[in-house]
Each structure stands twice: as C-alpha cells, then as structure tokens.
Design a protein around this ligand. Structure first.
Ligand code: GAR
Length: 213
C-alpha cells in the first residue's frame, strides 16, 4: 500500500498582499546565491510588496547575487570583508553605503558575516535576517545539517529582527516544513528555501508596518 506524503507547511496566518501605505526603501546584504533577493524583487515586481531595493551590498566578489541584482537594475556595491582590518570597520563602510542610498530597512539575505553593534546601532530595530531553521533551534552556521543531525522531524525558516548575538532577535515570521527520512542537506535546504521565498517578502511588509505578531 502506498502512502501519500503530506508536504504541507505550517503557513503564516497573514493575508498576502499586506496593505502598505508607504513604499519602503531597502538595502540588501548578501554573500552568495541570491535566491532570496530574487524572491523579494519578484514580490515587488508583482506589486505584492511595496518597496524599492536601493542597493545590494555583497562581500564575495564571485557571488551570484551580484549578477542577479544587476539584471534587475539594482545598484551593487562590493565590500570585500578581507579589505577591512576589523568587523567594525566593515560595518562602518556598510553604514556609509546604506545612508548614501537612502536605505530605511536593512535586509540580510544570506549575509554570512557577523555584524557588530556599530551596524545595529545605526539602524535600530531596522535590520532583518533570514535563517534556515526554526529559531531559537540551530542558530549559527550549517543550520540545515544541524537539524538533520539532531533528527528533528520538522524544520523551517525564520525571519527576525537582528540583535547582537548570532541569529537572535524578535521573530517576525516563521514557516515549518517536514524533515523526511531520506533527506540530505541539499533536499532539506531546497524545501526550506521554498518557504524562505514565501515568507521573507511578507515579513518585510509586516516589519515595515511594525506588525511583529
Ligand atoms: C538562506 O537559506 C538563508 O536562510 C541563509 O543563507 C541562505 C542564502 O540563500 N542564511 C543564513 O544561514 C544566515 N545565518 P540565497 O543566497 O539563495 O538567498
């Protein structure tokens, strides 16, 4: 007898699109592939999210996210962390770029560097991060592998306001997915990322309106 698997997710209980009065000016920080940037840009293009991405800051010269941004006409700025003597000095350069670009909200979309209070103090309660686990479980690097190793049966993703400790701060939105017996890090990450792409634009709209619960 074959058993149909239920791939349903626990979806956030918000109505999408979310009514927004003002357009929000975003600065995106990313280090890698950029699928979350693409999801945010798509939500803007579909008029679900009322926002403009003013700048993409990236730190890895070869990161695919830069090509994606350029295709959408988004200005890009490479700030290679290796060129800065300290995390604080990198953050100071990030702040300068964000302010020059009139950014109101900072969106970390796969930014794989720790930030300092220099950046957090410059944008208090205005920095969002997405993480591929149901925080507070499995913070830090290799979150998907951590979940597999722990043997959890449900994992997911979290969008939260950024505080100083890694992957900490008030949670804006989460989505859950099943972990299947045959999952590898690749298959579980793909399932989680599908949900990231759904919730990140929604979480930005909620956060911009200070709707945190
Ligand atoms: C995302 O899965 C995001 O949750 C993760 O990096 C990936 C970036 O993917 N972020 C972290 O692990 C931060 N702690 P993308 O480049 O395709 O958007």
């Amino acid at each position: 007898m074959s058993v149909d698997r239920d791939f349903s997710v626990i979806s956030p209980a918000v109505q999408w699109p979310i009514a927004q009065v003002e357009q929000v000016h975003l600065g995106v920080m990313a280090s890698g592939n950029g699928s979350n940037l693409e999801a945010i840009v798509s939500a803007i293009a579909c008029k679900q999210l009322k926002a403009k991405i003013e700048v993409l800051i990236y730190n890895q010269p070869e990161a695919r996210v830069a090509q994606r941004a350029e295709r959408w006409g988004i200005p890009t700025v490479l700030l290679d962390h290796r060129a800065f003597p300290s995390r604080e000095m990198l953050d100071a350069a990030i702040i300068q770029t964000l302010l020059q670009s009139d950014v109101e909200w900072v969106i970390m979309a796969g930014w794989m560097r720790r930030v300092t209070e220099v950046l957090i103090d410059a944008f208090p309660q205005r920095i969002l991060n997405i993480h591929p686990s149901l925080l507070p479980s499995f913070s830090g690097i290799r979150a998907v592998e951590q979940a597999l190793q722990a043997g959890v049966k449900i994992s997911g993703c979290t969008v939260h306001l950024v505080e100083l400790a890694v992957d900490s701060g008030p949670i804006i939105m989460q989505a859950a997915v099943p972990v299947l017996p045959e999952d590898t890090a690749v298959t579980l990450q793909a399932r989680i990322q599908q949900q990231e792409h759904q919730i990140y634009p929604q979480a930005i709209a909620l956060a911009a309106q200070q709707i945190y619960s």
